[in-house]
Design a protein around this ligand. Structure first.
Ligand code: SF4
Length: 505
């Protein structure tokens, strides 16, 4: 029988298993686990993370290790990309552990389709909708009370816990508790617990920082929420919930930087906010504080081009910013208006990108093809823009109407979650004005026509290669190898699911 002398285990699963990833993906720290782990520990629970993004074990080995551990409660993040892997694994755990192990789902899929994860349809006891940290503490208390009472009835009583969907009456009736408001006072949360992760296994691969010797990345989400409402955006793609912008204070951000540098030995920081520089004054103050208290730290951030200007970019560069990630999405203004509502003009984009480059900051730009109504000519304008503005790194996605996005509500009413939504390099739903095959061909050529330019190759060899050789400890070779496979293999037909061995267990 599970017991709360034992651990609350967060099982973090990738979209697919295996050491050979077909996409040159990064490994990023999951903030909800870092925050929820800190909140649960503060409440007296023991917490551990079984992190398959970092460990990359074979499915059977992963499952054996998990079942051999001391689990008091199992928490799994489920989203559009890893849904199938999570469901198969969760059913396997359920078969082995029976009903005495409370199993909880969090993440975008639990937020949008909680009913599909609990009751008779799903393996979980409860789905946590929205921000999980505070809800999970109450869920863990209810699970502990249930276990201390000898596991009576159908399972733990989650009634009254806001943000939870669960089932009663022998799992036949699903109950949707009231919504939980978004967390307003972010500074009231404990510092995220990065001791739960092996930080050496994590790296921000799209950017590099000019550190001599070993790079150890630390991770900060200094704000939550984004008011822009892009058509394609859902919690699958972004890291926080809600349109209301909420921030940690500059003092708190400074203490997070200090914690990562002093207590975790980090010498590079990745700010993973959805839009880091949305509040201009706050951004400049954070930059001043980093300069004063942690002058040697290099960092990167994700933001929106519309929130940048010369003064903000200069403040960021002077405070150690060496990489920015922005979503440009399309080289066609009309398509950008469809995707992003009010949109920057081509000249605004080019001016801000030039400013970023002038301050020595590398740009990672995200683009998208196959957008609603988009023609091949408009997609070609995106390819041309990428070559023209010449960022250090690009990522090209197919437009995908993920559950939880405005596009899902607009185009997928009554529709279903497509299996191909397991990755944005699959063209799961064609809403464009071009045939699917043509869009897929353009997507592949987008990468080759961008990366196989002498200018880009020369920059890679002269700037990034020293970093590759000295600092990335093999990760960069894997990234380079996977990138070449990705560029030249027919990626749309590669089978990524390796779950058969889990299903047999
Ligand atoms: S894509 Fe970025 S800017 Fe647009 S809504 Fe999502 S987080 Fe905000």
């Amino acid at each position: 029988m599970a017991s709360f002398d034992k651990e609350i285990v967060f099982l973090r699963l990738p979209p697919f298993f295996g050491k050979f990833f077909t996409h040159p993906q990064e490994c990023q720290v999951p903030f909800p686990i870092a925050y929820a782990g800190a909140c649960l520990k503060k409440d007296g629970f023991k917490v551990s993370v079984n992190d398959q993004w970092a460990r990359e074990e074979a499915p059977s080995r992963m499952l054996r290790g998990l079942l051999a551990g001391d689990m008091g409660m199992l928490v799994m993040h489920v989203d559009s990309m890893n849904r199938d892997v999570v469901m198969d694994t969760a059913w396997a755990v359920r078969r082995h552990c029976g009903r005495s192990l409370p199993m909880i789902a969090t993440g975008q899929y639990a937020d949008v389709f909680p009913e599909s994860l609990v009751g008779t349809a799903g393996p979980f006891d409860a789905a946590v909708r929205g921000e999980p940290e505070l809800t999970l503490v109450e869920v863990a208390r209810a699970a502990r009370s249930w276990q201390e009472a000898g596991c009576p009835g159908d399972g733990p009583d989650f009634s009254g816990i806001a943000g939870v969907t669960w089932s009663v009456a022998d799992r036949s009736r699903i109950v949707r508790n009231e919504d939980r408001p978004l967390i307003a006072g972010l500074d009231d949360l404990p510092l995220p617990d990065f001791g739960l992760f092996d930080l050496d296994r994590y790296a921000k691969m799209s950017s590099f920082v000019p550190v001599r010797g070993r790079v150890r990345w630390g991770w900060i989400m200094s704000s939550r929420g984004c008011p822009f409402g892009c058509l394609f955006c859902s919690p699958t793609l972004r890291k926080s919930y809600g349109t209301r912008y909420r921030t940690h204070s500059p003092e708190y951000v400074s203490s997070m930087v200090h914690d990562l540098v002093v207590n975790h030995g980090c010498n590079a920081i990745a700010f993973e906010d959805d839009v880091f520089s949305l509040d201009r004054n706050r951004t400049i103050e954070i930059c001043h504080r980093i300069r004063e208290s942690n002058p040697g730290v290099f960092w990167t951030a994700q933001t929106h081009l519309a929130t940048l200007d010369g003064e903000v970019i200069q403040a960021m560069a002077e405070a150690g910013c060496r990489g920015l990630c922005v979503g440009i999405e399309s080289g066609d203004e009309a398509v950008r208006r469809v995707l992003k509502g009010q949109s920057l003009s081509d000249s605004d984009i080019e001016r801000n990108v030039a400013l970023i480059h002038a301050h020595g900051i590398q740009l990672t730009a995200y683009f998208m093809v196959g957008c609603p109504g988009e023609t091949l000519e408009q997609m070609k304008k995106t390819v041309e823009m990428a070559r023209r503005i010449d960022p250090a790194m690009i990522q090209v996605a197919f437009f995908t109407p993920y559950p939880g996005s405005p596009a899902w509500d607009r185009y997928m009413v009554g529709g279903r979650h497509e299996p191909d939504m397991s990755h944005y390099n699959r063209f799961s739903v064609n809403l464009s004005a071009a045939p699917r095959k043509d869009v897929e061909r353009l997507h592949d050529r987008f990468y080759t026509s961008f990366f196989l330019r002498p200018k880009w190759i020369a920059r890679y060899v002269t700037r990034r290669l020293p970093y590759v050789v000295l600092q990335s400890r093999g990760r960069e070779w894997k990234l380079l190898f996977n990138t070449l496979v990705y560029l030249f293999a027919p990626v749309h037909s590669v089978k990524m699911d390796s779950m058969d061995s889990i299903r047999r267990l």
